[in-house]
Design a protein around this ligand. Structure first.
Ligand code: K7E
Ligand code: CUA
Length: 664
């Protein structure tokens, strides 16, 4: 978005942007930085004493890194990078044989994607701390992370989508996570069509991924075939608006080239209100149509410690042109981006990136308008509700470039302003502006802990900034991106802390720590390990040849491998090290690295089995060792593997502390 937003601004806005931005910049290049003017007690408010836990977890999107990073708040300490859509050399995700299937798609193996929107699971409209969902933006997918292990457990691809941006947004009880396509594309039949036939041939889809209640397993329940525009962001209704989802749409011009100009022609684009309960009724009546589609569903099992990837072949499609009362458009000024629902579910704040106001729509008025057929017409077969009929009111002169809104527990809303680089606090009931604070710089999303829940936690707002300029020590051509923590307990917002982020922090969600810590798994139970190549005792360790394939069943425990001497492997063999960590304590992973292995090392959690595949190309003695400092004798945790010529008759022998046991 860093780029798309900038490009979307017309010259005028650019000018305003530069004037404002240089004003900001001038004011903070002097000795005394504007942003260092934090209140005297700021340090105390973010200080978490050594050995103490933070109050909240913040789950931050890695943006173009494709990962999620977990921070503690208020300290801003980075706790963990959780790999999701990208390979991760810190723990072998996407490199090991067990985790590679997680990155399979209908386009093959994809080792790197772009992620934007972390979304915590909910029960009765409030976060429960079980799962975190996040989108892959480029090759459309939704992932589910399990917060008891901080691992990615499942990824489902979304077919018929081109850019999974308005995704994933979670309904009140996590019945569904939804994802809308950013790019409309031709969907069915002949796909080889001229690009300039957008208006006739390009369509959007909105995907409804059902989430199973207990285990969280996802399946693509249905898709809505919707008019061809760009679906940008979404929020599910809750409370009074439970059963609905709201999507922001731009490019109602249906332009297919130079969108910064051609998609900024109309005075208004749309918010689309979607009645998913209605869609469910139609499905129950058999109105859905099975449509061919190819998409991957990848599941990681903590029982086999392995992932499987299955290719699925069809999806249930509902055409909203034919099934009229599922979708309604509401006009919304100037290329809306964020579309956010307040805690009661009654108000929908929509941020037109180029608009001078923030319109706030009323769910009740939308319902009345639908009942009274207060439509101004249709767009591509979908009724368009009259703007005034749906409007609760407008926030006037909020700032420049409104993007996203989150809510606190006291009836206030916080909107990020990209161009004027600030957070604006306004009262939901009156839409009066209460306060504004600068952000350093160019805020995208913002996050109030629980800010999209029925009962927000409040207390802080976190700004997620695109540009940092002079805020941190320089690091070459690219500077860090950053989050900023503000205290919102008083009427005025107060800046407390800046902290750098991994990748571009599009969106983040925060949750009280105890909701997550109470579910933590400390070690995988060895007796429950169902990995097909598990070795549960040292006495069961072995090396088995099967033609050219050599399977090493290896164990590790402080501070040795079994076996740690292996001979009889030859050039041309394919060696699989299936390594089981026998430890059953918290935080005792061991590593496994062998010279010449060109995939990566392994990092194996207590009770877990992981596999590294190695194809030795030359004769010699190859050392291997543990790569995670695990004990005082970690450096002694090592071994040797002998590789003989392809023609050699060296027998297969292996062992630990035996004069090389001959295989029987
Ligand atoms: Cu505004 Cu991709 Cu949610 Cu970035 S998006 S900011
Ligand atoms: Cu095991 Cu170091």
């Amino acid at each position: 978005m860093k780029h798309s937003i900038i490009n979307k601004l017309n010259m005028n806005k650019w000018l305003t942007f530069f004037v404002l931005f240089s004003a900001l910049f001038v004011s903070c290049t002097g000795k005394k930085k504007a942003g260092s003017a934090v209140s005297g007690d700021a340090a105390q408010k973010v200080y978490v004493a050594p050995g103490k836990y933070d109050e909240l977890y913040l789950f931050n999107s890695g943006g173009f890194s494709g990962q999620v990073s977990a921070y503690g708040l208020p300290s801003g300490r980075l706790l963990k990078v959780i790999p999701v859509f990208s390979q991760n050399p810190e723990n072998g995700y996407g490199y090991t044989e067990e985790t590679k299937p997680m990155l399979m798609t209908s386009h093959g193996f994809i080792p790197w994607d772009d992620s934007h929107h972390p979304q915590l699971s909910r029960v009765d409209g409030n976060n429960d701390g079980r799962w975190l969902f996040i989108n892959a933006n480029n090759t459309p997918r939704i992932a589910r992370l399990n917060l008891s292990t901080f691992t990615t457990e499942e990824i489902i691809e979304l077919p018929n989508s081109g850019g999974n941006h308005s995704s994933p947004f979670c309904t009140e009880n996590t019945e569904y996570v939804v994802g809308g396509t950013r790019f409309s594309v031709p969907i069915e039949g002949n796909l080889d069509l001229p690009i300039n036939s957008y208006k006739q041939n390009f369509k959007g889809t909105l995907s409804f991924v059902k989430v199973e209640k207990e285990k969280g397993t996802m399946n693509l329940a249905f898709q809505l075939l919707v008019p061809g525009v760009d679906y940008d962001l979404a929020r599910a209704g809750k409370g009074v608006s439970h059963g609905w989802v709201f999507f922001s749409c731009y490019n109602s011009e249906q332009a297919n080239t130079l969108l910064e100009v051609n998609a900024s022609q109309h005075d208004k684009d749309f918010i689309m209100a979607v009645n998913w309960k209605k869609a469910e009724e139609y499905i129950a009546q058999g109105k859905g149509k099975k449509t061919k589609a190819k998409y991957a569903h990848n599941v990681y099992s903590h029982s086999t410690h392995s992932a499987t990837s299955t290719m699925l072949e069809d999806v249930l499609m509902l055409d909203v042109k034919e099934l009229k009362d599922i979708c309604y458009f509401i006009p919304c000024p100037k290329s809306p981006h964020g579309c956010d629902v307040n805690p009661s579910g009654e108000f929908i704040a929509a941020s037109g990136k180029l608009a001078a106001v923030i319109p706030v729509f009323s769910f009740k008025k939308i319902q009345d308008a639908i009942a009274a057929k207060a439509f101004e017409g249709e767009f591509d077969g979908v009724p368009v509700i009259k703007y005034e009929a749906a409007l609760a009111g407008e926030v006037e002169k909020p700032g420049l470039g409104p993007l996203h809104t989150e809510f606190d527990d006291k009836g206030f809303a916080y909107t990020s302003m990209f161009v004027s680089s600030e957070i604006v606090k306004w009262e939901v009931a009156t839409r009066k502006i209460i306060d504004r604070v600068p952000t350093y710089y160019s805020i995208g999303h913002l996050c109030v802990p629980g800010g999209d829940n029925k009962n927000p936690y409040g207390k802080y707002v976190i700004a997620l900034d695109k540009i940092t300029k002079d805020r941190y020590l320089p690091t070459g051509p690219e500077l860090t991106q950053s989050a900023q923590l503000y205290d919102i307990t008083g009427e005025k917002m107060k800046l407390l802390l800046d902290f750098p982020t991994i990748g571009e922090p599009h969106y983040a969600q925060a949750i009280p720590a105890e909701l997550v810590t109470k579910n933590q798994i400390k070690a995988y139970k060895l007796e429950e390990n169902k990995h097909p190549f598990v070795t549960k005792m040292e006495s069961e360790a072995k090396v088995v040849r099967n033609g050219k394939d050599v399977h090493v069943y290896m164990t590790m425990i402080r501070s040795h491998f079994t076996p740690d001497n292996i001979e009889g492997v030859k050039v041309g063999d394919v060696v699989y090290f299936h390594v089981t960590n026998l430890e059953q304590d918290w935080d005792v992973p061991h590593g496994f690295a062998i010279k010449g292995a060109n995939v990566s090392e392994l990092l194996i959690m207590p009770g877990e089995t992981q596999t590294i595949k190695w194809e030795p190309k030359e004769v010699g003695i190859f050392p291997f060792y543990c790569s995670d400092f695990c004990s005082a004798l970690h450096q002694e945790m090592q071994g040797y593997l002998r590789i003989s010529p392809a023609s050699s008759k060296t027998p297969l022998i292996f062992g630990t502390n035996v004069a090389a046991v001959e295989k029987k």
